[in-house]
Design a protein around this ligand. Structure first.
Ligand SMILES: Nc1nc2c(c(=O)[nH]1)N[C@H]1C(S)=C(S)[C@@H](COP(=O)(O)OP(=O)(O)OC[C@H]3O[C@@H](n4cnc5c(=O)[nH]c(N)nc54)[C@H](O)[C@@H]3O)O[C@H]1N2
Ligand SMILES: Nc1nc2c(c(=O)[nH]1)N[C@H]1C(S)=C(S)[C@@H](COP(=O)(O)OP(=O)(O)OC[C@H]3O[C@@H](n4cnc5c(=O)[nH]c(N)nc54)[C@H](O)[C@@H]3O)O[C@H]1N2
Ligand SMILES: [Mo]
Length: 804
């Protein structure tokens, strides 16, 4: 989230689209209700199903799963044509007036630079036209035909209300009503907050769904504002922490990138990773990349990392291609993987195309699971009749099960969706032989290191040189790890201007502004610098004082970066420094610095300067045109799901689905077609369950006892299916059986001249635990993912339904 949970109460309009907050985030959703009750906010829901969130909304309208980019692009067109945007904000704080290169183009569904053989773009032309000094050219009058504003207008001009209704199946009047709700927040003293999660991310166009919404927020002037922002409601309790600490295969802590094999030395890597400002005088905070990186290497390798050996650069792995989970299971399926360590992950249940996952695990020599529970994955080799019809005699994979603790059995911090790091304390000892995850991994590490020391081996350096100075190396204290993530001074840290000592050698750092690229500081995760200062554990603070009434509670826990609660809050005031809305005053200028109800986003520039508020961008501006980031284009474009009920893309039949999505040849061929699988399947969760774990809890198992599917009345009638009948739902990859819930909550939609029906499929059941055994919903889902995040397309695929 750019904002945070409590801040949702400040919104005038809460839009739930691409998620079902009342169901999946019932506790945090109270802030949407607070906005309604205490702020007179309206709550609107756009979802293929009438959900529990819709049941408390002021307005609900349906949408065909997988068509949100068309919908949101239509909103952009509406705002622009009807002059419902914050013009001053757009001109000063977005890249609307920057000029794009002449060789950029978009035609018939493809942007310039497409390489069809590799399903990839060369993004060179998606950039600004630069002047002699390397700065982007600008036209403040917005009249240049290639300024971002005019290209945007042209790009979205196709998404008229008629086109939106035709692609999305949303009734045209309903669509316009949503536009009007949003347009009402374009004034300076109104904000809208979008709450979204998987209904947007789990698509082959997931990241672009979110980008389109972010562009709306920029037009409305809602970024940086209390009650505005881009707010992903995250999933597992510490999944925000997972990405913060860099646990994705191409990431390093603090959103740095793992080097690739085209970067053989530190200089090449740092040059590629450290942006140069694209407008004169910008903050360009990523310009500090070398400080973050070198400090991280000092945390990884301690004294072994020196200037002479490029801080141990050669010891980091270099990737050749993305090793996301889709890629890894594909490699496993091709027999290219020997062993797999599966920690807190139940891919047989949670990953797409269950039969492919089982086939892949069957080709391993060994599988290690680290989990407090017994999972379908640990027992993938067992025969469970029709639920898992395998022959154990044919599977040679050796499985090791290492029981772990869960969060309530250990101290530690959890990062919530709002970027707050909150410390928690152990509530009970773990049962049986369970060890905490840190102890298990450290135990493996120290034993491996011992083996390398004794026997040698290929590439021993990363293991031998890893710094591991914990009091008990086989079981580091969470407190020690947290202090290491924050970082400390390895020598006196000096003020470059005055030479004064800022931090004494050995002391904890209090800010990432103190990081250096000369080896005198260490920090395991630069964005966490400030979480454990000389004053102690900031994450454990529990003072809920809220003097501004905006809910920022600056002394409750600690938020990255630097305890800032609302990112880009400089944009909450106009260029002269006057808040757009007095009742949402986050920061003010006192003549020397910014301060106020939040930690100011940048303190250097006085009001009236040209320093843009979006300090993580080299041009300092919010991007309506994303110059080099997105895999499938600098503007969002509607592409159909890989399994489309239309069999075409109404906008450009030659380019139906995302041309850069993550998909492998065999899986592409295994996509179902609408003649055999005419209905849209979409999967989701229920409040009464948590993923696959609560199959082990009797009360949850009773609350939602068996697999059901939701089917609309019209379709059910035409198929002769009655409420409570057992049905078989099949896709091109397999089938499940379930009870039919015949409902008014799912409507038949009119799309591109045909009727489109949706089948709702909750996830949860399997063959482990105390719950009634069931089929695994992911037997049905396709093995294809988003082009940027590789998140699987769980929300839109094709199925057939029959009564059995
Ligand atoms: N009780 C409980 N809470 C949970 C979880 C749990 O298992 N149980 N899981 C947690 C996790 S890990 C996560 S990631 C979050 C997920 O949180 P959510 O994303 O809110 O959860 P889903 O149930 O997947 O709901 C997605 C909603 O998106 C809708 N949808 C599907 N396709 C589209 C589309 O194309 N466009 C639009 N506009 N909507 C669409 C679906 O109909 C559904 O209502 O929940 C978390 N909270
Ligand atoms: N079709 C479909 N599939 C989906 C989704 C969907 O909407 N539709 N949602 C997807 C989403 S958003 C997610 S997040 C995934 C979730 O997928 P998974 O993460 O694979 O599933 P979970 O059951 O949430 O958790 C995995 C295991 O973590 C274990 N665990 C809990 N605490 C700890 C701990 O402290 N340490 C260790 N080592 N293990 C622990 C649990 O016991 C559980 O067995 O599913 C995805 N799959
Ligand atoms: Mo999730």
């Amino acid at each position: 989230m750019t904002n945070h949970w409590v801040d949702i109460k400040n919104a005038d309009l809460v839009v739930v689209m691409g998620g079902n907050a009342a169901e999946a985030h019932p506790v945090g959703f109270r802030w949407a209700m607070e906005a309604k009750i205490h702020n007179g906010a309206k709550l609107i829901v756009i979802d293929p199903r009438f959900t529990r969130t819709a049941s408390v909304a002021d307005f609900y309208t349906p949408i065909r799963s997988g068509s949100d980019i068309a919908f949101l692009s239509g909103v952009l067109l509406y705002l622009i044509t009807n002059n419902k945007y914050n013009r001053e904000y757009v001109e000063a704080y977005t890249n609307a007036n920057l000029i794009v290169r002449e060789d950029y183009s978009f035609d018939d569904g493809l942007f310039s630079g497409y390489d069809a053989a590799n399903r990839k773009y060369d993004k060179t032309s998606w950039n600004y036209e630069l002047d002699e000094k390397g700065f982007a050219k600008r036209d403040l009058t917005l009249s240049h035909p290639r300024c971002v504003w005019n290209l945007l207008k042209e790009h979205v001009s196709r998404y008229t209300p008629e086109v939106v209704a035709n692609i999305c199946g949303t009734p045209k009047d309903d669509f316009i009503k949503v536009c009007e709700y949003l347009a009402a927040t374009s004034v300076k003293d109104k904000t809208a907050s979008f709450l979204y999660a998987l209904g947007w991310t789990q698509h082959s166009v997931g990241a672009q769904n979110i980008r389109t919404m972010a562009m709306i927020q920029l037009l409305l002037g809602n970024m940086g504002m209390a009650g505005g922002g881009v707010n992903a409601l995250r999933g597992h309790s510490n999944i925000q922490g997972l990405t913060d600490i860099g646990l994705l295969s191409q990431s390093l802590p603090g959103y740095m990138t793992l080097p690739n094999e085209k970067q053989p030395d530190l200089q090449t890597y740092l040059a590629a990773s450290t942006p140069k400002p694209l407008l004169e005088g910008q903050v360009n905070y990523w310009g500090n990349y070398p400080k973050f990186f070198v400090s991280m290497m000092k945390a990884f390798f301690g004294d072994k990392a020196t200037a002479e050996n490029s801080w141990g650069y050669d010891w980091l792995p270099k990737w050749d291609k993305g090793y996301d989970v889709l890629q890894y299971f594909e490699m496993m399926n091709q027999g290219k993987v020997n062993g797999y360590i599966c920690q807190g992950f139940n891919p047989v249940a949670s990953f797409p195309n269950k039969n492919k996952v089982i086939a892949s695990l069957s080709k391993l020599k060994f599988l290690v699971t680290i989990d407090p529970l017994n999972t379908e994955t640990a027992n993938f080799w067992q025969n469970h009749g029709e639920f898992n019809d395998v022959d154990p005699a044919e599977i040679q994979t050796e499985v090791f099960r290492l029981p772990s603790t869960c969060f309530a059995e250990e101290n530690g911090s959890i990062v919530n969706s709002g970027r707050w790091l909150q410390w928690h304390w152990k509530g009970a000892d773990a049962p049986g032989e369970a060890l905490n995850d840190g102890e298990i991994l450290s135990g493996i590490f120290t034993r491996l290191r011992h083996m390398y020391q004794q026997d040698g081996g290929a590439q021993p350096e990363p293991v031998l040189n890893m710094s591991w100075n914990y009091q008990t190396p086989d079981n580091p204290d969470p407190e020690e790890v947290a202090r290491e993530s924050n970082g400390k001074a390895l020598a006196d840290v000096l003020d470059p201007a005055t030479g004064a000592v800022l931090v004494k050698k050995g002391q904890q750092l209090s800010s990432f502004a103190q990081l250096r690229d000369d080896g005198t500081t260490s920090s395991g995760c630069w964005i966490f610098a400030g979480s454990w200062t000389p004053d102690g554990n900031q994450m454990a603070r529990r003072d809920n004082a809220d003097p501004s009434g905006l809910g920022n509670t600056l002394a409750w826990a600690w938020a990255w970066p630097l305890n800032r609660r609302i990112l880009y809050n400089r944009a909450s005031a106009d260029p002269q420094g006057k808040p757009w809305d007095e009742k949402r005053r986050l920061i003010s200028w006192d003549g020397a610095k910014w301060s106020g109800a939040d930690i100011a986003d940048y303190s250097a520039a006085a009001p009236g300067s040209d320093v843009g508020p979006f300090i993580m961008q080299p041009e300092g501006l919010g991007r309506l045109f994303a110059i080099d980031k997105m895999a499938e284009g600098p503007f969002p474009e509607h592409y159909e799901p890989f399994e489309t009920p239309l069999g075409t893309n109404p906008l450009h039949p030659n380019v139906v689905s995302n041309p850069a999505a993550r998909v492998f040849k065999g899986d592409l061929e295994a996509m179902g077609k609408h003649d055999k699988f005419p209905y849209v399947g979409t999967t989701y969760r229920l409040t009464e369950h948590f993923h696959y774990w609560t199959k082990h809890a009797v009360l949850n198992a009773i609350a939602q006892p068996e697999q059901f599917i939701e089917i609309g009345e019209k379709l059910a009638n035409s198929l002769g299916i009655a409420h409570g009948d057992t049905v078989k739902v099949s896709s091109n990859r397999g089938f499940i059986k379930a009870k039919a819930v015949v409902t008014k909550r799912i409507r038949q939609l009119d799309v591109n001249g045909q009727k489109v029906d949706t089948i709702g499929i909750p996830i949860h059941w399997g063959y482990e635990g105390v719950a009634k055994k069931g089929f695994i919903a992911n037997t049905l889902t396709p093995f294809v993912g988003d082009a940027n995040t590789q998140t699987p397309e769980f929300k839109a695929f094709l199925v057939n339904v029959e009564k059995v």
